[in-house]
Design a protein around this ligand. Structure first.
Ligand code: NAD
Ligand code: 0WE
Length: 258
């Protein structure tokens, strides 16, 4: 029997079979969780509906986090399927592409800054707020995905690094706020993975190669490994852990020179 048996989990951010969110959904399903997925737009709807079916679920619902109406509607519709919710995986980030190329100060714009923060950080607290009534008093868990660029200046990550720093602070403030209602809030800081979000980034392959050469485990992390850690953090095995950032990055973050 899995350690998420009987838990109802909402997983956002599946766009392909390489998505970190898909690694999370599969791992949590393996541990016995019931899964609901969301899709960002109509183009992704058939694909995500099929992904849900692969996990024995018929719940695939629209969610563009830039829309307050869609956020409210998501939990209204989910409430028609489920009487409560045990966990949410937030695996969503976006900045305009021009922000992720070249020098930070050169690339920076007010609009790029605002979009990165709204889609990548505000959305996590917006989901926490809108789902509160469904999660209260059931040892619930919220989980989001962050990156080392939140705490180090990583070339080209630029304003996304600021948005991830905000997201990590969000984890701590949400943990303090929701802890008394029994809900835990954590993040996984994943090492670089070749997903759709990474495919558009200049020199991403070179960065993966560099990580492989230097990181303690001498390889990059897999979405299955991130998923297994996500399953743990959303389970009662992690009942004493909240407000934390867990590095699942083959050890890269511990390195100094060389
Ligand atoms: P991905 O492209 O598979 O997933 C990104 C998801 O964000 C997509 O499903 C997309 O639909 C969704 N999204 C973007 N804007 C949205 C919006 N307005 N409303 C709703 N959904 C929206 O890429 P991924 O690498 O799996 O990214 C998932 C998370 O993991 C992100 O938060 C990313 O920052 C984080 N992360 C990625 C890496 C990496 O190297 N790939 C490393 C560490 C952390
Ligand atoms: O968080 C991310 C990437 C998130 C992302 C990706 C895109 C590509 C397409 C946000 N917005 C966009 N906008 C687009 O138009 N990662 C952790 C992966 C990533 O992205 C990098 C990285 C790493 C790692 C960008 C530069 C340097 C390193």
């Amino acid at each position: 029997m899995g350690f998420l048996e009987g838990k109802k989990v909402l997983v956002t951010g599946v766009a392909s079979n390489r998505s970190i969110a898909w690694g999370c959904a599969e791992a949590m399903h393996r541990q016995g969780a019931q899964i609901a997925l969301t899709y960002q737009n109509d183009k992704l709807k058939p694909r995500v509906t099929d992904f849900a079916a692969q996990l024995g679920s018929d719940i695939a619902l629209p969610l563009d986090v830039s829309s307050d109406r869609q956020i409210a509607q998501l939990f209204a519709t989910l409430g028609e399927h489920w009487d409560g919710l045990d966990a949410i995986v937030h695996s969503i980030a976006f900045a305009p592409k021009y922000e992720l190329e070249g020098d930070y100060v050169d690339a920076l714009t007010r609009e790029g800054f605002n979009t990165a923060h709204e889609i990548s950080s505000y959305s996590f607290s917006a989901l926490a707020k809108a789902s509160r009534h469904m999660m209260e008093g059931r040892h619930g868990a919220l989980l989001t995905m962050t990156f080392l660029g939140a705490v180090r200046a990583v070339p080209n990550y630029n304003v996304m690094g600021l948005a991830k720093a905000s997201l990590e602070a969000n984890v701590r403030y949400l943990a303090a706020s929701l802890g008394p209602t029994g809900t835990r809030v954590n993040a996984i800081s994943a090492g670089p993975v070749y997903t759709l979000a990474a495919a558009g980034i200049a020199h991403f392959r070179a960065m993966l190669n560099q990580v492989e050469r230097h990181t303690p485990l001498r390889r990059t992390v897999t979405t299955e490994e991130v998923g297994n850690a996500a399953a743990f953090l959303c389970s009662d095995l992690a009942s004493g852990i909240t407000g934390d950032i867990l590095y699942v990055d083959t050890g890269f973050n511990i390195l100094g020179l060389g």
